[in-house]
Design a protein around this ligand. Structure first.
Ligand SMILES: *[C@@H]1O[C@H](CO)[C@@H](O)[C@H](O)[C@H]1NC(C)=O
Ligand SMILES: *[C@@H]1O[C@H](CO)[C@@H](O)[C@H](O)[C@H]1NC(C)=O
Length: 218
């Protein structure tokens, strides 16, 4: 039987559309995560639909500022599928980040999501670095919005005199975070010193200094 001719442009369009979603598209109305199931799939298995309630879609954990205890002067409060089980398969989540004056949310990436932030309070210098190593950066004020493209390294710092806070929306139920400094210098088991020394063109003593500095704080 002859294969029906599908224009290449149509195939390309489907390929592009199917990649528009950061997480796979859903196959039913809801799939509230059963976090206690031992079965691992791409996401979480659904709990029985006759056991679904409004509370599976509710979370009040972003109401108040998070408690800043980190030496970085910032705290991230996630609201992802681990906090709102109803987000399973929906491809979306939120986070709130609170900053003391001078506080920084250090360079990090979300491997599974683009992020868009809204400034709740204060002002921040924000930026991301492209794969061509160009820094795209500016100051944003309360009520303003900025975007960090999927996978790119980005940061926020509160250079203002008062506290600052942002609300972040991400197009993944579980965006994942890799903070560059911690990922490289506080991994377990550790990334070998000679790998980091060559990568950063420094001595292994300096590598050890950075590792022990981070280890004492995380
Ligand atoms: C339904 O929810 C209740 C209360 O959370 C739980 O005890 C019960 O095991 C659930 N039933 C099923 C079939 O998951
Ligand atoms: C969100 O879920 C994570 C992972 O279970 C947990 O560590 C964190 O405390 C939760 N956040 C809130 C505000 O309950």
């Amino acid at each position: 039987m002859a294969t029906p001719a599908v224009p290449l442009s149509l195939l390309l369009l489907f390929a592009i559309l199917s990649n528009t979603f950061a997480d796979p598209d859903l196959l039913q109305d809801t799939c509230v995560a059963d976090l206690s199931s031992g079965v691992t799939i791409n996401g979480f298995v659904c709990k029985p639909s006759n056991n679904v309630t409004a509370n599976d879609f509710f979370f009040d954990g972003l109401k108040n500022p998070g408690q800043i205890i980190s030496p970085l002067g910032s705290v991230v409060t996630p609201a992802n599928v681990l906090n709102i089980t109803g987000l399973n398969t929906l491809g979306v989540s939120l986070a709130r980040v609170d900053f003391a004056p001078g506080g920084v949310n250090p360079p990090h990436t979300h491997p599974r999501a683009t992020e868009i932030i809204f400034v709740l309070e204060g002002e921040l210098e924000v930026g991301f670095i492209t794969t061509a190593n160009v820094l795209i950066s500016r100051t944003i004020m309360v009520g303003e919005v900025f975007t960090f493209p999927k996978g790119l390294v980005h940061f926020q710092i509160n250079n203002g005199a008062g506290n600052a806070a942002i609300l972040a929306a991400l197009n993944s139920q579980l965006p994942g975070t890799q903070a560059i400094a911690v990922t490289l210098f506080a991994a377990s088991p550790p990334v070998p010193d000679n790998v980091l020394a060559k990568a950063f063109q420094i001595g292994t003593m300096e590598v050890d200094n950075i590792k022990s500095g981070l280890a004492s704080k995380y």
